[in-house]
Design a protein around this ligand. Structure first.
Ligand SMILES: NC(=O)c1ccc[n+]([C@@H]2O[C@H](COP(=O)([O-])OP(=O)(O)OC[C@H]3O[C@@H](n4cnc5c(N)ncnc54)[C@H](O)[C@@H]3O)[C@@H](O)[C@H]2O)c1
Length: 252
């Protein structure tokens, strides 16, 4: 089978905002976009985001920001737009996944999960949408999950937040598609990152892998490559989709 390097995309002159870019899928996505020539504006609650950004080269920037905090998002977005002038691509990737049984799921954990995983992507998309709409060009990719379309034990708030991402993606795609801005979701199965492996270690992980038709978890690069594709001109007709990258798990 022929393989195509994800770096064959050319994102020269493109400004790409990635939330949750200090680790995991966001970090790998930043790496691939940087290799493809993009200029990165990385946002993360972790202070390490500034070093992560400079590790890819001097033209990139890192912003310590909490996506669930409207003021924090507005401040970072204004600074990003002031520095780079415009934004071409937004990857709404920051997320958390605290687990608890449904019958005594703590309200604070519910609120925190919804505010980071659902309100956060809404705030960040809203902060950059007017700039994209004014330029009649933009790509927004929202990280959902297989948890958006199936139930997973212990994942009450996570499933609800990710299902919400699909609904939000549909509405944004409908309203902003005519303005040249496409909005899509990506729904991975378990990905081999700190977040993914923390919930699926040991015997649970062995059973979960066995239940996936491809018999393994996804790698961060497999998610990042799909994000680059959705951000590319090749994907201009894909709008309002939820791209499953789950090895076939949700068809079983
Ligand atoms: N790993 C998986 O198995 C998996 C599967 C499906 C979907 N996803 C989704 O992919 C996305 C990335 O997951 P990952 O596995 O790379 O996670 P990760 O934990 O490895 O990295 C998440 C990053 O987001 C940052 N972050 C967390 N809360 C934040 C906040 N409030 N504001 C700003 N930054 C914040 C963290 O500091 C971290 O750098 C998440 O939305 C997750 O739900 C992951």
């Amino acid at each position: 089978m022929a393989s195509k390097s994800s770096t064959s995309y050319d994102f020269t002159d493109a400004v790409v905002v990635i939330t949750g870019a200090a680790a995991g899928i966001g970090h790998k996505t930043a790496e691939l976009f940087a290799k493809a020539g993009a200029t990165l504006a990385l946002m993360d609650r972790s202070g390490s985001v500034t070093e992560v950004a400079s590790s890819f080269g001097a033209r990139h920037g890192g912003w310590v920001a909490d996506v669930s905090n409207a003021q924090s998002v507005t401040t970072a977005a204004n600074e990003i737009l002031a520095r780079f002038g415009h934004v071409d691509v937004l990857v709404n990737n920051a997320g958390i996944g605290p687990l608890a049984p449904a019958e005594n799921f703590p309200v604070e954990t519910w609120d925190k999960t919804i505010s980071v995983n659902l309100t956060g992507p809404f705030l960040v998309a809203r902060a950059f949408a007017s700039n994209m709409i004014a330029r009649k060009s933009g790509r927004i990719i929202n990280l959902a999950s297989q948890a958006a379309v199936i139930g997973i034990e212990g994942h009450l708030a996570y499933c609800a937040s990710k299902a919400g991402i699909i609904g939000m993606t549909n509405c944004m795609a409908l309203e902003w598609g005519p303005q040249g801005v496409t909005v899509n979701a990506i729904s991975p199965t378990v990905v081999e990152t700190e977040l993914g492996l923390s919930g699926w270690a040991g015997e649970t992980g062995v059973r979960a892998r066995a239940a996936i038709p491809t018999r393994r978890f996804a790698k961060p690069a497999e998610i990042a490559s799909a994000i680059l594709y959705l951000a590319s001109t090749d994907a201009a007709m894909i709008n309002g989709s939820n791209v499953m990258i789950d090895g076939g798990y949700t068809i079983t």
